[in-house]
Write a protein that binds this ligand. Structure first.
Ligand code: PEP
Length: 255
């Protein structure tokens, strides 16, 4: 399966900073073959990024969407609006939205469905908190997040998903999961998806690891059997370090 590496910029970068990043990363584009790369800037920077990467292999993702196509939802952005800008992927259920902004599994389920209905590919984020991990509940939490997020979908649609395993305690902390623990969780996700949608559908579903990924550790994640890429926050903000991270990932899967 082709690796998929996504840059989640969170609430960082103006339009000018976005344009500078895109121009810089495109200088390296030819060296990225074999890896699908997408950047997820804030909403305000999507048009600037779209204009620059339009004829390149780089893809555009958004960090969230609303579950309705349009309506009286002040401040919100719909999947149809994102698709109109050339957005291809959208993060759904990122832990910062679950834990800081209070999104629950039902809301996330509506968002996954809305994304697919608008032709966007959802990157569904799942993962346990530190307390859940310490209580030995990692698999139980992930399974519940998957089942409730996917309950409104037909099995066929589930193949279009990317799932990001992001243990909450590893995000933005500099404390990445052990590759063997990440592999165990991603294998569990694969098996849970097979139970939900059947083994054939899940053959094309890619699973990313996210949580303090950087140039120095990405290789140890992507060389695991059940991990097909990474969702990267902090280490994706500078074009040169992000591009080194992508090279390290390619090297690890090619060796
Ligand atoms: C993220 O934002 O999804 C993330 C994994 O952040 P970081 O790489 O900074 O831990």
């Amino acid at each position: 399966m082709e690796l998929i590496i996504a840059a989640n910029w969170k609430m960082h970068k103006t339009t000018g900073e976005t344009s500078d990043f895109c121009r810089a990363i495109l200088k390296e584009e030819k060296l990225f073959s074999g890896v699908e790369i997408l950047i997820c800037p804030p909403y305000t920077s999507l048009p600037a990024a779209a204009n620059i990467i339009v004829d390149s292999s780089l893809k555009l993702g958004a960090q969230d969407l609303h579950w309705e196509k349009e309506g009286a939802f002040t401040g919100e952005i719909s999947g149809a609006m994102l698709a109109d800008l050339g957005v291809e992927y959208v993060l759904v259920g990122h832990s910062e939205r679950r834990h800081i902004l209070g999104e629950d599994n039902n809301r996330i389920s509506s968002k996954v469905k809305a994304a697919l209905d608008c032709g966007l590919k959802p990157i569904l984020c799942v993962g346990e908190t530190e307390a859940e991990r310490e209580a030995g509940a990692t698999n139980e939490v992930i399974e519940e997040q998957l089942i409730s997020a996917l309950k409104a979908l037909s099995a066929g649609k589930i193949g279009d998903l990317v799932v990001a395993y992001e243990p909450v305690w590893a995000i933005g902390t500099g404390k990445a999961a052990l590759p063997s623990d990440a592999e165990a969780a991603c294998l569990f996700i694969t098996e849970a998806l097979q139970n939900i949608a059947g083994p054939e559908t899940v053959k094309k579903t890619r699973i990313q690891y996210g949580g303090s990924v950087k140039e120095g550790n990405i290789g140890s994640f992507v060389e695991q059997t059940s991990i097909h890429g990474a969702l990267v926050g902090g280490a994706s903000l500078k074009a040169d370090s992000f591009s080194k991270l992508v090279h390290a990932a390619r090297k690890a899967v090619q060796s």
